[in-house]
Write a protein that binds this ligand. Structure first.
Ligand code: SAM
Length: 312
């Protein structure tokens, strides 16, 4: 009960089990190198929902599970949950600010800073406008991570997680979907395209999979060398509520819809959702907004691009 009250006070929104399993399954589908020696990290692990879902797949050793959280109460729950299912107390949980553990600006004299140690990162970091943390902290974060404009806490988290990930390692993260198409997200879009082979982006839209105040999205990518060109064509999926059509399929849950191979309109317990599937189109330059390019959208987007004489 106490932890539920705490969650409300701090605005922390934990990942429900079904969504945690969905993300874990996606990561295992893409990343074939996971083994007992792999190091897995959740940099803002809360009560450990994502690490527990991953551990339950039987592919990782409890001693190679690493979790960070600034909230010690949540962290104790995470520690206890992993210890109960692994019958071991050897996971590594740290009550530290992850942004200070893997910052962008490296103080060469600091021994606490860690780099490129994780093979797999799974996360649902906080989504909070940094201004809410106070002007001083907001300015410090913007400076440390070289970010301008409206900064949300998951932007520096994207960067700190990248600092923690080995080249060739995989990142699977749930954030707000706002960075996909807002001006303030341009730095982060550019950063992600530069540092990752982007495998898949899933805009979970208004599917209300959990109790967050934002519309969530999943990003999955393999870390690459920034100078390496990506040959991967990223998949893009989106799901939004829609009006009923004549051609709807029945589905038991949003996850059944998301796992369907074909786009379409689905009836989930009387609510209708449109699933769109295509590839990620990034606009004219690396900071351009991300759009879903399916057969329907692509001719429309190409038409606009052909008829565009200038951009403001
Ligand atoms: C959205 S919750 C998600 C928790 C968990 N990853 C999950 O999926 O259920 C975000 C968590 O980030 C933690 N947090 C906030 N700022 C942090 C920071 N600077 N470093 C580490 N953890 C932080 C909060 O205490 C909270 O538990």
């Amino acid at each position: 009960m106490k932890i539920i009250n705490n969650k409300k006070k701090t605005g922390a929104t934990f990942t429900p089990e079904l969504l945690a399993n969905f993300l874990v399954n996606k990561l295992l589908q893409y990343y074939k190198y996971l083994s007992y020696t792999s190091c897995v990290l959740d940099p803002a692990c809360g009560d450990g929902a994502l690490l527990v879902a991953l551990y339950k797949k039987g592919k990782v050793a409890s001693s190679n599970i690493i979790g960070y959280d600034t909230n010690n109460t949540y962290l104790s729950v995470a520690k206890q949950c992993i210890a109960e299912i692994s019958h071991n107390n050897d996971s590594q949980f740290y009550n530290e600010d992850f942004l200070a553990v893997c910052p962008n600006n490296q103080d060469i004299f600091s021994t606490n800073i860690k780099r490129e140690f994780a093979d797999l990162i799974i996360a649902n970091p906080p989504y909070v406008r940094t201004q809410v943390l106070g002007a001083e902290k907001a300015q410090q974060l913007a400076k440390d991570f070289n970010l301008t404009g409206r900064v949300d806490l998951y932007y520096p988290f994207f960067m700190a997680m990248t600092n923690a990930l080995k080249i060739g390692g995989i990142l699977g993260v749930i954030t707000s979907n706002r960075y996909i198409c807002t001006k303030s997200g341009s730095d982060i879009r550019k950063y992600l395209l530069k540092n990752y082979h982007v495998l898949e982006v899933i805009d979970l839209g208004d599917s209300k999979l959990f109790d967050a105040a934002v519309l969530p999205a999943i990003f999955i990518g393999i870390k690459k060398n920034p100078s390496e060109k990506s040959e991967v064509t990223p998949k893009y999926t989106s799901i939004y509520e829609t009006a009923p059509t004549n051609n709807t399929k029945l589905a038991k849950s949003i996850f059944e819809v998301l796992n369907d191979d074909k786009a379409g309109v689905f009836n989930v317990n009387g609510t209708f959702f449109e699933l769109k599937k295509g590839i990620l189109r990034q606009g004219t330059d690396k900071s351009g907004i991300w759009q879903l390019d399916d057969n329907k959208n692509s001719s429309w987007i190409s038409k606009i691009e052909t008829n565009t004489s200038c951009r403001i």
